[in-house]
Design a protein around this ligand. Structure first.
Ligand SMILES: Cc1cc2nc3c(=O)[nH]c(=O)nc-3n(C[C@H](O)[C@H](O)[C@H](O)COP(=O)(O)OP(=O)(O)OC[C@H]3O[C@@H](n4cnc5c(N)ncnc54)[C@H](O)[C@@H]3O)c2cc1C
Length: 417
């Protein structure tokens, strides 16, 4: 039989051992835009945060252009402002999208979205991805409670602990994975995901053109391919061509002059002559939705939770929103002096973010399915869908409201690719 003092010593020993194990409160895997924004959201807490990124410090502090132009909703701009990152993006690279037109097949008919709310400058804003990443890094690099380790990959994840490629191990109350749509940690923590390989590739590039785009985004669902032309600052647009994987190389390898004529012709000369500026980048289109966003002392954010097909431009918008939801649940737990990694806290995040992402994910995949189906019945449905949306004012208003986020509960469907 143990005496009370012996029992106290044992309990103290167990307590101290446990305390020592918790090296950090939170470990974030991945310093992409989702991981960085989450770290910044927790800047005003006392939480001790470790961030692990496999690429180099130069790659995250001075990210190179990657061809992605990100359409941000008003809610995302608000969140970026709250994080202090918006003011780090030069105004001249932010391009307002004032109108959007959706075309189908060979028809000149289009579904039209205007910004009819005079209090808002635009439907949304187009910003280069690398500028977003740079601005977020600027906001995180000097935070006292965030330590960033670069050039080292997370190789294993267990409940409350991670192992690194350099042999180090760390422990935390909560591990948050922001390690891309192909997240290895998601798999290691036993979380299943719906994955859809579209067998298509998005080829993105910047193009200068003769005529003004008038801040209009165009989405052309041609037969066999889609072309999005997104307004950048000046007489420049981002061209996004989506084609079946087997013909992607033939477009990527075209001589620049041939490529210019190809896009010009596909876009029916609407912007006059067009000229490729810089490189073409390609992204194989695979969409992912994790069945749950949490496991024991573990949460998924960003593309690791939901990796969207870019057609509706939801990806980073959802990533920003998800990290904000998780950060708010964590702060609420701190205020109530509760365990930040408890299943109750994580379940709230899971429930809220699943409710927002699931309909968008599966809805987007259905849109892609319909508008890349070139059979005769599908062509008819495609045409009817656009005409219906154009003439049925409540539907159009709902989409525009969501786009501008006049309705704060709503969320953007931004037709883009
Ligand atoms: C062509 C295209 C257009 C897009 N357009 C839009 C748009 O208009 N609007 C929009 O909202 N979204 C858009 N998106 C989506 C958006 O780009 C993504 O949602 C966003 O970049 C995902 O950020 P993330 O931080 O979750 O993941 P990522 O950017 O993939 O970052 C993951 C990070 O984790 C690191 N990492 C991975 N594994 C490990 C490991 N084991 N150890 C350590 N580090 C690791 C990686 O190095 C990387 O830095 C588009 C995407 C594409 C491809």
């Amino acid at each position: 039989m143990l005496s009370i003092s012996e029992l106290c010593v044992i309990l103290l020993y167990i307590y101290l051992t446990e305390i020592n194990k918790m090296n950090y409160d939170i470990i974030i895997i991945g310093a992409g835009p989702a991981g960085l924004s989450f770290a910044r959201s927790l800047a005003d807490t006392n939480l001790n945060i470790l961030m692990i990124e496999k690429s180099s410090i130069d790659q995250i502090s001075q990210p190179a252009p990657d061809g992605r132009e990100i359409a941000l909703t008003h809610l995302s701009v608000k969140l970026m402002k709250e994080l202090g990152a918006w003011s780090h993006i030069a105004p001249e690279v932010i391009s307002p999208i004032k109108k959007a037109k959706v075309l189908n097949g060979t028809s000149p008919y289009f579904l039209n979205f205007d910004n009819d709310n005079s209090s808002l400058e635009a439907l949304g804003y187009l910003v280069p991805n690398y500028q977003i990443r740079k601005a977020l890094y600027e906001q995180v690099k000097n935070l006292e409670n965030v330590e960033i380790l670069t050039d080292v990959a997370v190789t294993d994840v267990q409940v409350g602990s991670i192992s690194l490629s350099n042999g180090n191990k760390f422990e935390a109350s909560l591990i948050v994975a922001a390690d891309s749509r192909f997240s290895e940690s998601r798999r290691k923590m036993g979380i299943a995901a719906s994955m859809h390989d579209f067998s298509r590739v998005a080829i993105v590039s910047r193009m200068e053109h003769e005529k003004s785009h008038n801040q209009t985004a165009f989405e052309c669902f041609h037969y066999g391919r889609t072309l999005a032309i997104l307004p950048m600052a000046g007489n420049m647009s981002s061209a996004v061509i989506t084609v079946s994987s087997d013909i992607a190389n033939s477009i990527l390898n075209m001589e620049p002059e041939q490529f210019n004529l190809h896009v010009q012709e596909q876009f029916k000369n609407r912007l006059g002559s067009m000229k490729l500026i810089g490189k073409r980048y390609s992204y194989p289109l695979v969409a992912v939705h994790a069945k749950k966003f949490v496991a024991e002392r573990f949460a998924l954010i960003g593309d690791a939770a939901v990796g969207m097909h870019p057609v509706t431009a939801h990806g980073f918008n959802l990533g920003l929103r998800g990290q904000d939801t998780l950060a708010k649940e964590i702060k609420a737990a701190i205020a109530k002096k509760k365990d930040i990694g408890s299943s109750i806290v994580l379940a709230k995040y899971d429930r809220k973010h699943q409710a927002i992402t699931k309909p968008l994910y599966f809805g987007t995949n259905k849109i892609v399915e319909l508008f890349t189906n070139d059979t005769l019945p599908a062509k008819v449905v495609r045409s009817v869908t656009l005409r219906f949306a154009n003439h049925f004012a409540p539907i159009k208003r709902m989409i525009t409201n969501k786009l501008t986020e006049k309705d704060q509960k709503a969320y953007l469907p931004f037709i883009k690719l």
